[in-house]
Write a protein that binds this ligand. Sequence first.
Ligand code: SF4
Ligand code: SF4
Length: 458
Amino acid sequence: MPVSQEEYLYIESTTSLCSHCLKRIDGKIIVKEGKIYVLKYCIEHGKQEEILEEDAEYYLGRMKYTKPGSVSKTQTERGQNCPFDCGLCPEHEQHSCIGLIEVTNKCDLKCPTCYANSGDGEFLPLDKIGEMLDFFVDSEFGNAEILQISGGEPTTHPQIIEIIKLARKKNIKYVMLNTNGLRLAHDRDFARELSQFVGGFEVYLQFDGFDKKTYEHLRGRDLLEIKQSAINNLTEFNIPITLVSTIERGINDQEVGRIVEFGINSKCIRGINFQPVAFFGRHKDLDAKNRITITGIINNISKEMNGMVGKKDFFPLPCNVDRVAIAYLYKLKGEFVPLTRDLQVADYLPIIRNTFKFDPEDFLKDLAGKAFSPSGGCCDYLGMMKNFSKLIPKSYFLKSEKEKVEYVSENIFRISITSFVDAYNFDMKSMKKECVHVITPDLKKIPFSAYNMLYRNK
Ligand code: SF4
Ligand code: SF4
């Protein structure tokens, strides 16, 4: 009688990488004890079993949210196969929701977790940055969504204000400045200068929690007071902030609920992006078996917030269901409540655009198109439109572009969780859908995870 060798359920096959030598190898996606793993075998380095998601139910249900990707121009040809053909190559399945330009690799910190291995470094010249911006816009057929100006620490660049000015002149909907906050904490005038960009601009501020030990472990020193001063200076000049928190199990995974509460109670913080720690850059030698995943973070938020924001409020982002989960909250009578609670988000996929950014005008326009379409609107679309319109006052549509952006920023709060692909959890299906793309000086677009895993130090 045949005997099952392993206590697992096989789901599907994928292509993965050996975590040791980075060779392409076959992988199986399996369920074991309620969790999802990728099981792979390298002839040289043997069997490897790596965690993909802690909640099999969420993972197995995610595909009902997926939708076709959007196309952008490609720069390379097919050759050695994914992930060695970046990019973008014709096999990539998603456009650049976010284009990221590293304007320097110099940094005023030396975080033990740094993906970019930053420290000493050079500054990219302004004309090169201009060329990269033009390339980014052109690659998105003339309309780019979001630009992140990153590094290293971009605020160390002597021309950082000129760089943002230049980016704001291009056809890019939204510009973000990724920063550790050191300069912003000490240089109030810098915050004042940044305020000229409000309306289509925000600061993406590294913020990992409240415990001294969290900062010492992730950043090499206690930074809480610095983060607080940076937030105070930005708030004084009404500059929108998204917090970005790197989450590591056993370090700050018990602080996620407190970070959300802090965000929704702070005037200028408009969203949080949690990033489970990924194993590249300086952080590659840690315990990947014990890593936290998207669903681990969702569970902790649920537990810590006693259901105020819970598991059912998060859904996989339709443009990359494997690697991004999102929840939107809106302000109702002064309190933030989940926007998608009691809604079957999967029913509204046709009107969810392939982007991270939420624009109520685009959303209402698309919703109205569906509700009143000659091919037959459905009651759900009409009902949702009625509900959603209650949240958006009629005066919204009379506002200037700048005021509209401000209205959304003040009344909608976004919690996203983005998990990057590294050599341990590599699954080619999700690699091909990644939508954060590094714009390189030689004018390529390389998905963020592939860049950090394979291309940065080439
Ligand atoms: S990650 Fe995308 S661009 Fe890179 S090789 Fe794979 S499919 Fe091509
Ligand atoms: S993680 Fe950011 S702040 Fe830390 S060393 Fe790297 S670039 Fe600098």
